[in-house]
Design a protein around this ligand. Structure first.
Ligand SMILES: Cc1ncc(COP(=O)(O)O)c(C=O)c1O
Length: 417
């Protein structure tokens, strides 16, 4: 039998009109695309906000994997499907870790996620219907905007200082956008991208706004362990648990991660929230990926039990030195009229140029002429404003490179001004 084949090339389907509305809103992240270009060895990159691999506890990870696969029975468990809520022992460890921050909770208040990025996506799915409003800061963590955007929300901006704008005005704006205010999202400690920390009175004011609007507050604590100066400020969830009397009555949903302290590669994060919320999120977890890898949870538990405090101390010392180097270089080289934040922790400094300089244009020249990279700040604004801002991360380059990179960037800024 002869099967006829068509000679002409099949016409390519145009997929765009076939996508669901939520998929059409997913845009390529400029930053993630940029990061791909920056793998040239000679670039001094202040762009990627990623942990320094020098700090990864590689030997301990290796040992923990060996131990987990050591005998066949244990290996069989480690390589099997596992429960969606996450490993009970790891959830216990996290619950006591949360208790040490003033959040009295049990393992039942914890869901293990594949990094806190998955937590944000699940919370978008749980809380936002199309046209609902999410309150965010401007600038804010780009990954949160990406995670929420699949739920097709509108964004409204939290105004600082909190309390300057009435709860009713947020409600009216949300109704005008076709929905209701459904959540507020903040990174209270050493925020990505600004490095700034919310003062205690701002935290209280946010909780009181959330109470007036009767909405949940998502507290993204990704960098909370990386404090280099000053004293810890109570997490929003601790303040709210104290005010309401129990985690199960709290409106705050806390997202934590092991990515910044140990390694992002194992993809282990968590959500701490009321049992009611956790029970519903477990269903989303099941539908999404059934469970986080049992073996990665076991490795993280081993690291947490044996190394957590030592590793936090190492990371603090390591990044403090780099932060200090970047602040000193900025002071030494940047011309008058340029402002930048002085973060007490985290991985980022936020720099504001005169309004006439577009940081996206500067980036092109910085990469081409000076082999220096950063992230243009507009990427972190829901409305792509902030065109004269930039995020500088001090996590990856060594101290001499930080000095050289900032000096080169400052001379470009001078010539652009
Ligand atoms: C503020 C913030 N939240 C969450 C994340 C996600 O981290 P992970 O999914 O590795 O826990 C990041 C990563 O950079 C971040 O900066």
């Amino acid at each position: 039998m002869v099967i006829e084949t068509t000679r002409s090339a099949p016409s390519r389907a145009d997929w765009e009109p076939r996508y669901a509305d939520r998929a059409a809103r997913l845009q390529t992240s400029e930053i993630r695309e940029l990061l791909k270009l920056l793998e040239q060895p000679d670039i001094i990159s202040f762009a990627g906000g990623i942990p320094d691999p020098e700090l990864f506890p590689t030997d301990a990870v290796r040992q923990a994997y060996d131990q987990s696969l050591g005998d066949d029975t244990r290996a069989g468990r480690m390589l099997q499907y596992s429960i969606s809520e996450g490993d009970p022992d790891l959830r216990h460890w996290i619950a006591s870790h949360m208790a040490s921050k003033g959040i009295d909770c049990s393992a039942e208040n914890i869901l293990i996620t594949n990094g806190s990025q998955q937590a944000l996506e699940f919370l978008g799915k749980l809380l936002l219907s199309p046209a609902d409003t999410a309150l965010v800061t401007a600038p804010t963590y780009l990954g949160a905007l990406q995670a929420f955007s699949a739920s097709e929300p509108s964004y409204d901006l939290l105004q600082w200082p909190m309390g300057n704008r009435s709860a009713s005005s947020y409600g009216e704006a949300a109704r005008a956008a076709g929905g209701a205010v459904k959540l507020a999202y903040v990174v209270p400690d050493f925020a990505n991208p600004t490095g700034e920390t919310m003062a205690l009175e701002q935290r209280r004011a946010l909780l009181s706004l959330a109470s007036e609007l009767d909405i949940p507050v998502i507290e993204d604590a990704a960098y909370a362990a990386l404090r280099y100066d000053g004293a810890d400020i109570a997490p929003l969830q601790a303040l709210d648990v104290t005010a309401t009397g129990s985690i199960d009555a709290s409106r705050v949903i806390h997202c934590g991660t092991f990515s910044k302290v140990f390694t992002p590669g194992l993809r282990v994060g968590w959500i701490c929230a009321s049992r009611q919320i956790i029970n519903r999120l477990v269903l989303i977890k099941q539908a999404s990926d059934l469970n986080s890898a049992a073996i990665n949870q076991a490795v993280i538990l081993h690291l947490a039990e044996t190394l957590f405090d030592t590793q936090v101390a190492r990371a603090r010392q390591h990044y403090r030195t780099k932060r200090d180097a970047m602040l000193a270089a900025l002071t030494k080289h940047m011309p008058d009229g340029i402002q930048w934040t002085k973060p007490d922790g985290g991985l980022f400094i936020w720099l504001t140029l005169p309004p006439s300089i577009r940081s996206a244009d500067l980036l092109q020249r910085a990469v081409k002429d000076a082999s220096v990279a950063f992230v243009p700040g507009h990427a972190f604004y829901p409305d792509a404003s902030g065109t004269n801002t930039m995020r500088l991360s001090f996590s990856l380059p060594d101290v001499p490179a930080i000095g050289r990179g900032i000096e080169a960037l400052a001379s470009l800024v001078k010539s652009a001004g």
